[in-house]
Ligand binder design. Sequence first.
Ligand code: PLP
Length: 492
Amino acid sequence: MIFQSTRGDEKKLSGAKAIIKGIADDKGLYAPVEIPKLPLLPKDMVGMTYEEVAKKILLAFFDDFTEEEMERCVLGAYSKGFDSAEIAPIVHVGDKAVLELYHGRTAAFKDMALSILPHLLTTALEKEGEKKKICILTATSGDTGKAALEGFADVEGTEIIVFYPEDGVSTVQKRQMITQQGKNVHVYAIRGNFDNAQSGVKEIFNDEKFNLAMEKNNVRLSSANSINIGRLVPQVAYYVFSYVKLIEAGKIKAGDEINIAVPTGNFGNILAGYYAAKMGIPINKFICASNENKVLTDFFNTGKYDIKRDFILTNSPSMDILISSNLERLLFLLSDNDSGEVARLMSALEEENEYKISDGLKDKMSDFYGGYATEEEVKNTIEKVYREYEYLMDTHTAIAYKVYEDYVKESGDERQALIVSTASPYKFSESVAEAIGMESMENPYELLVKLSEETGIAIPEGLMDLDKKEVRHSEVIDVESMKDAVVEALNI
Ligand SMILES: *Cc1c(COP(=O)(O)O)cnc(C)c1O
């Protein structure tokens, strides 16, 4: 499979090259020129392990990797660090299936892709004979940062720099990042929100002079955000895997359609689901669930993407985003790779803070349903599901659950639901504990223990004893100083 920028540069790249580069010179994202078909029918994947399915899906996209190379990447990523043998287990809550993607090291779904990205990247570097040091720049709304730090810590030939919004992440998320160990890790809080961090990083990537200066110092910049295609493709695997698991569990017959509900921020996770459908997984509706930063809900309803609104800090901070980068890849796919049109829409977004798609393009998005939940609704949903089923969800997952219920009320659609669960409830313990009626506590880390006593659910290993770990990164900088921070971190 070959990859091309979403914004007009017609150069075609191999998977390895696209992974190394991260973002195209014309500011576009790399997207597959065509979505590959499933290498095997779902019924023929029954009984396969996560690793086996992931290897097949990854090779379908990255066919410039050999089977042996991909096998090494997949085993390197998933043979350790997960506290569930299934890697991505499905839990049945009432008649809904919940796909738990948070069993990796950092207790959020970002581990699914970020535990394999370093392996894909180092393999790609070997294949391309690239000798420069790779510097991974990452903007995070909380979960990507920690997962990228864990993935890249002490990986030979790489440095990793993470920028997170000072006041835009949960207590646990912040603590996870500032206590990160490793010789090649750098973490900065920025005075700004996630969009500022993401735009800052994109600006660094697109600063030719800066990139040239970096090259002179034998450094090449790349990205661990879902703008990197090496981050997106591994996520397709769990949609295929979960469809196979639903067949195994007797919840569906091979060929039956399902609906998926995804708590959405940067639009990476749900786009991976859409790619899985294009490969051949029968998915009927893509329920795109947002918090009060509901740009996407409005977009699917009106065809207008409009960020002229306040940025709201919510109890689902990993979804506090107005500019959902990966929507660009959906526009590219649905416009039949019309990169000129995508470039026009993206420059309208940059210059006028809004764009409107044509009616023709909007019609092609009828498989998507956009909805949102308020902070209050999030708490009520966590409480209700815990009371009815003794199942504890985090704030992000609760949004998908609630918007799914809205969708069913409106449509009467009774297909099997797959609710995508993106984080352990312990990552957002303050909001979750409050939702189920527990008293707040002075020490947020003691709250984790209390929450565990109350619910009987074990604390994920990566979140234990966070308060006892040494703080190693406490710098706070202005958005304007991000470039300087890169220079300082690399010591050049
Ligand atoms: C990153 C994240 C999301 C949003 O996922 P996108 O791929 O950016 O849409 C949702 N929930 C949690 C917990 C996350 O960390």
